[in-house]
Design a protein around this ligand. Structure first.
Ligand SMILES: C[S@@+](CC[C@H](N)C(=O)[O-])C[C@H]1O[C@@H](n2cnc3c(N)ncnc32)[C@H](O)[C@@H]1O
Length: 207
């Protein structure tokens, strides 16, 4: 796992991304700690400052090894957190942390099937990998409660390239923009990202 450059330029198709994260899974938490990965903690802070209700059922899409799940569990210890990801090996690590009520191997662009609807759906550090926003938002819309919240991060360089605000506006009939953060550091101790590539945190609300 030496070619971290591809994290900036993109990994490739779904199979390549799955293998990349499977291969990285054992060292992922350690590496991200070294890079001072800030998305999980900053997203929680942003959420806590914005909402006062405690979400009962949470779906953490692209949950990986559970770094965001861990932060969720700290502030919402009684919530039921479900997770999904394409990397089986990352999910095994998540499972060992005993944060998630249920985990499944699934592409976030495929419809997830649950008996419940979620109060909060998160996608932290992973919007980079979305190839089809309509499919992702269809999955979110299917699984979110009325007035439920969607919390995600997105890289500002990609946001600009994709004209991401117009993508959000296209979906605002069902998912209204609640709040967008200022640009924030993402991986401040990684040379390729440092203060060059920042993120925004976004909160949407179903209506
Ligand atoms: C940078 S990690 C973020 C993981 C976790 N959310 C966190 O904050 O540590 C990106 C994750 O997205 C997952 N991923 C990439 N493409 C995906 C897709 N189409 N569907 C589901 N998960 C995906 C990868 O397997 C990886 O676990």
């Amino acid at each position: 796992m030496s070619n971290f450059k591809s994290l900036v330029s993109g990994i490739g198709n779904l199979n390549k991304t799955t293998k990349y994260y499977d291969d990285w899974s054992e060292k992922y938490d350690e590496t991200l700690k070294l890079w001072n990965y800030q998305a999980p903690k900053k997203s929680i802070k942003f959420l806590k400052e914005t909402i006062s209700v405690k979400p009962k059922n949470i779906l953490d899409l692209a949950c990986g090894t559970g770094l965001f799940g861990t932060e969720l569990k700290k502030i919402y210890p009684k919530s039921h957190i479900y997770g999904s990801d394409i990397s089986k090996k990352s999910l095994k690590i998540s499972s060992d942390k005993k944060i998630y009520k249920k985990l499944q191997i699934k592409n976030f662009e495929q419809l997830h099937h649950y008996k419940i609807k979620f109060d909060l759906i998160s996608l932290i550090g992973s919007m980079t990998y979305c190839k089809n926003f309509d499919k992702l938002f269809a999955n979110i819309n299917k699984n979110i409660k009325n007035n439920g919240l969607v919390l995600f991060t997105h890289r500002i360089d990609l946001w600009r390239q994709q004209d991401f605000l117009s993508i959000l506006k296209k979906h605002q009939k069902s998912l209204k923009i609640n709040k967008i953060s200022r640009p924030l550091n993402y991986l401040p101790l990684n040379n390729d990202f440092k203060n060059k590539i920042k993120i925004k945190i976004v909160l949407l609300q179903k209506h």
